[in-house]
Design a binder for this molecule. Structure first.
Ligand SMILES: [Zn+2]
Length: 125
């Protein structure tokens, strides 16, 4: 009977140790086991959870740019082939004209109709 109780206690302690290690692994992003954490170009997000949040915002930035580009396509004069003078002419709303990660305003060139995000790592979006 005593031996059994001892086994249960050791089992419980091992289980707790595994849970604590797993938690540390996720919170530090794998650093405690010598894992290399992929650094973002903007240096945002220190934990694995933080990085996931910023990854979602990266996707939102890409989606914003896609919608703005479509809006520019619609606002482009098909006869004169002139692009809208400002990004606001797409009439999407203020939240679509800036990066959801850094809050920088998108850079729009009315002579080429190109729009880009100036945030570090978003240059090719
Ligand atoms: Zn961006």
């Amino acid at each position: 009977m005593n031996l059994r109780r001892g086994n249960t206690l050791i089992g419980l302690m091992v289980a707790m140790a595994i849970v604590i290690l797993a938690t540390l692994f996720f919170v530090t992003g794998g650093k405690i086991l010598g894992g290399k954490v992929e650094e973002r170009p903007d240096g945002k997000g220190e934990t694995m959870i933080g990085k996931s949040i910023y990854k979602a915002k990266d996707t939102q930035c890409r989606s914003n740019l896609g919608q703005v580009r479509q809006g520019i396509g619609i606002a482009t004069d098909p006869v004169e082939n002139t692009f809208p003078q400002s990004i606001e002419e797409t009439r999407l709303g203020a939240t679509f004209y800036k990066c959801p990660v850094g809050g920088e305003a998108y850079v729009y060139d009315p002579t080429t109709g190109q729009v880009n995000c100036p945030h570090a790592g978003h240059e090719k979006y």
